[in-house]
Design a binder for this molecule. Structure first.
Ligand SMILES: [Zn+2]
Length: 827
């Protein structure tokens, strides 16, 4: 056997915590001078030049830069003005220690960019470097705790525009190109460095003396006009609120944002240049109340990141949840007063609890705070536990501390660590000084442990007892109990294996006890038999909308735990809709209806219930008074319609032969309907798809539609070939398109023929994580498994997990999370 000597000092692939820690201790005063020449044709290479200037304390080691494209992409490397004797290992450029000096260093590198994180399209491109993908494009120190000041030069086609973190300070036309230069940024980490270039239009507005610019590619001028003022107002009011709450002014100079078609996330908080998914901000006329609210929330969320994440950044991506939870937490505070008619406690409940439970009830769940040895795995940290469970935990923290002490602590935290980095412990230390309770113990249970407490209600005479498996999960809950005519809500604390509360004498012998009724309690609650029976008969008659929402969420857990039959639940849900007048609850119930119908019923049960289901939805559609509630009902109808009558109604609406009074259908709505009709194999499917193609005014949407069409062809070979094409990474670049196609490929009506694609999809998952964006592995699995509910499909997943003994833990969790309903359905 031939073994080459191994240089033990060579860094491992990715960005290891050990490497990052060494660099953070040694490197200071970092500046990046970057230049890129971007041709219009996405197939032509982008040339780049990077000049890194920094001071170094430790010169006993070689200098390691991160750059994944490899040696073939490097043209020249100079250190201290001289050609370097650099080496390239996987994911890194290594500069010998002889070429760096204590004090100031300059490294100059000419290179060709890798395109993996550059999202290149024929008319535009944009960077998306979170969590550690800057290194796929240019040489850098790709870690959150090495902040640098960036200057940027861009050469782009003359008919393009561009936007970056810094203010534009030079614009000139040279040699057929537009040359743009951007002012030096404040210290920011690589994951927040960003630019977008291409054929963008710009809308400008002034609010409170500050200029805002919106870059977009929307071709529908009326749509832009209808939305622009709201979008600017929402940014300005968020910024204003945050400056007051934090006591810290906005520190990143100018404020631009870019609306990107089919952007991978709702938004990304690049300071000075926030990127958004265009469809989330430019709403259709038929937008639901939730979409309007979600728009306000995503704007407030990204704006909050200017303080939480951008000004003070996590030390390492294991604390990525902190910036997300604060952004969500602030967003709720910002948005709620602007929607005074809404029930915000109900909204918090319906937005967070079902999604958090969807992961936390599974075997694939994980703590809010997770270990992370290498940034190559950072993407898999993101998910519902960070986005939906952590805000619930943060609300607990605020209740423990009180709003003023929390605000006071956060102000100190922002001032102490501004333009620097901090850990969760840094914050807990600041907050712990402000309370007598043991915050560290609370944090260990709720932040460092996986899962949720299991709590059983036992009613014994005039005493209600809550039996908890693990008493470390302390929490305050609000218990609702009583009868239809009168209910009572009482706060109590769960701090032991058995926690008791007395029923007031005037409420003796209640018809039901709902420990989650006040919308606070988090866990897997088993109701007592009497309460369960009562709620299954009378839930819709409860007066309080929050109590109804909490009861639905609790009963859904009971369905999944097999304490309530799916058909009984569906029956109750359909019976409740005619009298339910709160849009949040309508959305919640319709979501459960969809889940039960497609995941938990068999073919015969679906056929049995379908006529009634469609009748209830159509009645809801005609009875709804707001266009948003109409849209909610119509979307539910589109998703679940199966009877010939229902399908022919949908087809008439798509053909514009039938109008739904009060509901305007947009281009994406019509495109979705065309796909929904095709997946139902209507006789005219081919001509419907063909005509839909000609209806498009927006070229980006047309491209997306054409990409998806083969996934729901009525020819099996076409569908199979479409799936096989995804094995080539180039066909997976537009992830939202891929996911839409996958969802139709694996639609429950096509599940029998697509089951064979589950195994290959699992086999691809490691590569999906390596080549895709952070949510892609989870969404890939969700789109693959969501339509299946058979024992065969469950066995495919279980066999795969059984075979893969050395499988990456985080991806195993992703699979377990996304197959949970399948496993339960197939049980
Ligand atoms: Zn965020």
């Amino acid at each position: 056997m031939d073994r080459k000597p191994v240089d033990i000092a060579d860094p491992e692939p990715g960005v290891a915590l050990t490497l990052a820690t060494e660099r953070a201790q040694s490197i200071q005063d970092l500046k990046y001078n970057l230049a890129f020449t971007i041709p219009a044709n996405p197939a032509e290479p982008i040339d780049g030049r990077a000049v890194l200037k920094f001071a170094m304390k430790d010169v006993t080691r070689q200098l390691v830069l991160d750059f994944t494209p490899g040696a073939a992409y490097l043209k020249s490397v100079r250190a201290g003005g001289k050609p370097s004797k650099f080496r390239v290992v996987q994911d890194h450029i290594i500069i010998p220690k002889e070429e760096v000096v204590a004090g100031d260093n300059t490294i100059e590198i000419d290179f060709r960019t890798g395109d993996a994180a550059l999202n290149r399209n024929p008319e535009f491109m944009y960077t998306l470097f979170v969590p550690a993908r800057a290194r796929t494009a240019f040489p850098c120190f790709d870690q959150p705790n090495l902040k640098g000041r960036f200057t940027l030069d861009l050469n782009v086609p003359v008919d393009w525009n561009a936007v970056a973190n810094g203010e534009e300070m030079l614009r000139e036309t040279t040699g057929g190109n537009l040359h743009l230069r951007y002012e030096e940024t404040q210290p920011i980490p690589t994951y927040l460095f960003a630019f977008a270039a291409g054929k963008f239009q710009i809308e400008t507005a002034e609010r409170n003396g500050r200029m805002y610019r919106m870059f977009h590619r929307e071709t529908d001028a009326a749509k832009v006009a209808r939305n622009r003022n709201s979008v600017f107002d929402l940014h300005a009011s968020s910024l204003d609120w945050l400056e007051k709450y934090t006591g810290v002014p906005y520190r990143f100079g100018k404020f631009d944002f870019v609306l990107i078609p089919s952007f991978q996330f709702g938004g990304m908080e690049h300071p000075g240049s926030i990127f958004y998914n265009a469809s989330g901000l430019l709403l259709d006329e038929s937008a639901t109340e939730n979409q309007i609210l979600n728009r306000a929330s995503v704007i407030a969320h990204e704006t909050s990141h200017m303080w939480f994440g951008d000004l003070v950044t996590m030390q390492w991506f294991n604390d990525v949840w902190m910036k997300e939870v604060f952004a969500n937490f602030m967003a709720a505070k910002i948005v709620n007063p602007a929607f005074p008619k809404l029930n915000h406690d109900l909204r918090f409940l319906t937005e967070h609890y079902p999604s958090a439970y969807a992961v936390d009830r599974t075997e694939g769940t994980h703590p809010i705070r997770q270990d992370l040895a290498n940034l190559a795995e950072a993407g898999s940290l993101y998910g519902a536990i960070i986005y939906e469970k952590a805000p619930i935990v943060m609300r607990q923290l605020e209740r423990i501390l009180g709003t003023e002490k929390l605000q006071d602590g956060l102000q100190l935290y922002l001032k102490r660590f501004e333009f620097a980095n901090a850990t969760w412990q840094d914050l807990i230390k600041i907050l712990d000084e402000r309370t007598d309770l043991d915050l560290s113990a609370w944090s260990r249970a709720w932040v460092e442990e996986a899962g949720r407490p299991a709590v059983q209600t036992v009613v014994e005479g005039q005493t209600i007892a809550f039996i908890q498996t693990d008493p470390r999960w302390t929490q305050e809950i609000q218990v609702t109990f009583g009868a239809l005519t009168r209910t009572n809500a009482v706060s109590t604390e769960l701090r032991a294996k058995r926690s008791e509360m007395k029923i007031p004498p005037d409420m003796s012998n209640p018809d039901f006890v709902l420990p989650t009724g006040g919308g606070l309690a988090y866990g897997d609650f088993t109701l007592d038999e009497k309460s369960r029976t009562f709620l299954l008969a009378h839930l819709p008659e409860l007066k309080d909308a929050l109590t109804r929402g909490a009861a639905w969420i609790t009963l859904w857990e009971e369905v999944l735990d097999r304490r309530v039959q799916p058909m009984g639940f569906l029956d109750l849900a359909l019976g409740s809709l005619p009298s339910e007048d709160t849009e949040q609850n309508i959305q919640l119930v319709l979501g459960y209806v969809d889940d039960v119908f497609w995941s938990l019923l068999n073919q015969a049960q679906r056929q049995e219930i379908a006529p009634r289901l469609e009748q209830v939805l159509k009645r809801g559609l005609s009875r709804a008074t707001s266009s948003s509630t109409k849209a909610t009902y119509f979307n539910a109808f589109r998703s679940t319609v199966t009877t010939p009558d229902g399908i022919s109604f949908l087809e008439r609406v798509w053909r514009r032969q039938e109008k739904i009074p009060g509901l305007t259908l947009s281009e994406p709505d019509e495109a979705g309907m065309a796909l929904d009709l095709a997946v139902r194999s209507v006789p005219a499917a081919a001509t419907i798809l063909e005509e839909q193609r000609t209806r498009f005014k927006n070229p980006d949407r047309k491209d997306r539609f054409e990409f998806v069409i083969p996934a729901l062809s009525d020819r099996l070979e076409t569908r199979d070939a479409w799936f096989d094409s995804l094995k080539d990474v180039r066909n997976r670049r537009r992830e939202p398109w891929v996911l839409e196609g996958l969802r139709y490929l694996h639609h429950p009506l096509r599940a029998a023929s697509s089951e064979k694609h589950i195994r290959p999809a699992l086999d691809l998952l490691v590569e999906i994580q390596r080549t895709g964006d952070i949510f892609f592995p989870t969404r890939w699995m969700s789109a693959t498994l969501g339509g299946h509910n058979t024992a065969g499909a469950a066995k495919t997943v279980k066999d795969f997990l059984g075979e893969q003994t050395n499988y990456p833990l985080r991806l195993r969790r992703v699979i377990l999370q996304e197959s949970d309903i399948l496993f339960r359905a197939a049980r």
